[in-house]
Ligand binder design. Structure first.
Ligand code: C5P
Length: 226
């Protein structure tokens, strides 16, 4: 059993609410910076009125004081889950976890858009990074800092679960039902595979937002998740 989190990667509050209202049984939504800048706190309130759980995915990576302030503000706005980059360091993650309580915080390990070569290049190294080793290292740091879990690609769930333990959240983007376009995602899997591997939350954006029939895709995902 996993939660389906619909990533509302749409440009306006109006479009986001129209999608939300077309998906019966929806429990979780994810808001990123694009939509939050347009919809603002008003959108958070409108989603709370609909009794939805809100994942505010801003992937914070800043000095500890700033990240703690952002986490506290999100918690008081009724947000249920936020993200920080594990590469922001232990002190930053600890500050977020402390300020956020009881809201959940998960750590982004390696973005699902990275390949071994693009990650090495971002770190200023040549060759191809060992992404599984890097995800494992960052997941350990996230748990040491007291986070509630991590964000990882479907291909790394098996590596991450023994590190984070049975109760932690593993939030998994890069979900692609059979036949859907991967877009810019590089490390993807079908929903069933991610659930069997131990994902607790499947984040799904374009396969729903760009579908001709978003409700039909959502229903198939919900069935796979139960
Ligand atoms: O459209 P798609 O299903 O690829 O959307 C995936 C969502 O998950 C996006 O909103 C993206 O910001 C988010 N995400 C990701 N990789 C991460 C963390 C979050 O793709 N490591």
């Amino acid at each position: 059993m996993a939660e389906i989190v619909v990533a509302l990667d749409l440009p306006t509050r109006r479009q986001a609410l129209a999608l939300v209202d077309s998906l019966p049984g929806l429990r979780w939504v994810k808001i990123g910076p694009t939509l939050f800048l347009e919809g603002g706190p008003q959108l958070l309130e409108e989603l709370k009125e609909r009794k939805l759980k809100i994942f505010l995915d801003m992937k914070w990576h800043d000095i500890p004081h700033q990240v703690a302030g952002a986490a506290a503000a999100a918690a008081s706005a009724g947000v249920d889950l936020v993200t920080v980059h594990t590469l922001g360091g232990l002190q930053m993650m600890r500050a977020a976890a402390t300020a956020a309580d009881p809201m959940h915080v998960v750590g982004v390990t390696v973005l699902t858009s990275h390949t071994p070569a693009s990650y090495s290049e971002a770190l200023g190294q040549g060759g191809e990074a060992d992404l599984q080793g890097e995800v494992a290292r960052l997941a350990r740091r996230a748990m040491d800092a007291g986070l509630d879990g991590v964000v990882a690609s479907p291909l790394e769930i098996g590596v991450v679960r023994p590190i984070v333990g049975p109760g932690a959240w593993i939030v998994v983007p890069g979900i692609r039902p059979v036949g859907t376009d991967p877009g810019d995602q590089r490390r993807t899997a079908e929903p069933g595979e991610a659930i069997r591997a131990g994902a607790t939350h499947l984040v799904v954006g374009r396969p729903i937002t760009q579908a001709r029939e978003p409700r039909a895709v959502f229903e198939v995902l919900c069935e796979a998740a139960t």
